[in-house]
Design a protein around this ligand. Structure first.
Ligand code: PLP
Length: 391
């Protein structure tokens, strides 16, 4: 059976659900027992019985089975947000005295966590450039515990060599984790390339409708058991209603991703031909520095990319963005049905060195291409560029 067919039905049990083709949403904080024996047997793990919502809920298990299937891993865990997934993973494995290697293009709050709580706990974080992932051996120390990757990065889409990073990590007994949100489990399966833990902000494409937060971790059973244990203590539990919506999102994920992919490539190619545009940063364009590596690791592209306009000053920026709002939304997330623009003006302004290293400036914009007709998207950007030129 093809993957997209199996995804639709995997983990579903209509016969146990009164014939319903979708899982029932069970609202429960507690699950009661029918006898003292049942209570004792459940406590000793002799029978499968739900106990308490923070530990497990039937609908989350359906979602987790579908994610493990997509990521080709033994197990998966669904949590209340992408950051719940990331923080639970880091706190499950990092201890005082450990050395933590993190790609410099990583999602901002991961940096905030490493430079804040983790540093205070005595964990030393060292950032490396995305290109260095091809040979991380010189960075490894005797106390290096984990390498954290995000490929493509979600600002300028820097690609890291996942196979090479996994190989070096294995040689040195170091764990690897990746934020795989951009590619989705449809277009990149890092576990197949040797990465241990695969994390998603399912808030983005998997949920797909900008109406919930979702975090996912996929990997081998043994490692997931540890993340699950920490996640239960931290309490970032995914609600059954949001688990339901996430499963509904998965039903159309392959269809939506095809449209995000084709529309974004169309818009990116169009932007590349415009004189107002200095550079387009999209891993699917041959002009993109990581194009070949991206092609060797991913089977498709999502709808999020960035572009740089010629410098033209503040008034032009306002005209450009405000004209885009006829169709685009302006905001920070991505991966929803709606097209969205995010200017980098406010990003890492307190760290000009990092800003420069990440290739971010005031005339660089990130767009998330939604499910609208791509011709309408292009017409809107064309109008915004005309307004920009007149400023
Ligand atoms: C690449 C990436 N990873 C992780 C996250 C965090 O996910 P969440 O907002 O679901 O906690 C985000 C959110 O924007 C993100 O863009």
């Amino acid at each position: 059976m093809k993957r997209d067919t199996e995804l639709l039905h995997r983990g579903d049990k209509p016969r146990e659900w009164y014939g319903a083709v979708n899982p029932p949403v069970i609202h429960a904080s507690l699950y009661s027992f029918g006898s003292l024996q049942e209570y004792l047997d459940a406590g000793e793990g002799k029978i499968k019985h739900y106990v308490y919502e923070r530990l497990a809920n039937p609908i989350r298990e359906v979602l987790e089975e579908k994610i493990a299937f997509l990521e080709k891993t033994e197990d998966a865990l669904a949590l209340a947000s992408g950051m719940a997934a990331i923080s639970s993973t880091l706190l499950a494995f990092l201890r005082t005295g450990d050395h933590f290697l993190v790609v410099s293009c990583v999602y901002g709050p991961v940096r905030a966590m490493a430079d804040g709580i983790l540093r205070e706990m005595g964990i030393e974080t060292e950032y490396f450039d995305a290109a260095e992932a091809a040979n991380l051996a010189p960075r490894i120390k005797p106390n290096t515990r984990m390498i954290f990757l995000e490929s493509p990065g979600s600002l300028t889409f820097d690609i890291q060599d996942l196979r090479a990073a996994a190989r070096v990590a294995k040689e040195h007994g170091v764990l690897t984790a990746i934020d795989n949100t951009w590619a989705t489990p449809l277009y990149q399966n890092p576990a197949e390339m040797g990465i241990d833990l695969v994390i998603h902000s399912g808030t983005k494409y998997i949920a797909g409708h900008s109406d919930l937060l979702l975090g996912l971790v996929a990997g081998p059973k043994e490692l997931l058991a540890r993340v699950r244990q920490v996640a239960r203590l931290l309490g970032g539990t995914l609600s059954p209603d949001d688990a339901y919506l996430a499963i509904r999102g998965l039903r159309t994920l392959p269809l939506r991703m095809e449209r995000h992919q084709s529309s974004a490539l169309k818009v990116a190619r169009w932007l590349e031909g415009r004189p107002e545009v200095r550079e387009v940063l999209h891993p699917g364009l041959p002009s993109f520095p990581g194009y070949e590596l991206a092609k060797s690791q991913m089977s498709g592209y999502s709808g999020l990319f960035s572009f740089r306009l010629q410098p033209r000053g503040e008034a032009a920026r306002h005209r450009f963005v405000d004209t885009l709002l006829e169709l685009f939304h302006l905001g920070y997330s991505w991966g929803g049905y709606e097209s969205l623009i995010m200017p980098f003006i406010r990003y890492y302004t307190n760290d000009p060195e990092l800003r420069a290293a990440l290739g971010i400036d005031d005339d660089t914009y990130r767009i998330s291409i939604g499910l609208e007709d791509p011709d309408d998207i292009i017409a809107c950007i064309e109008k915004a560029l005309a307004a920009w030129a007149q400023a």
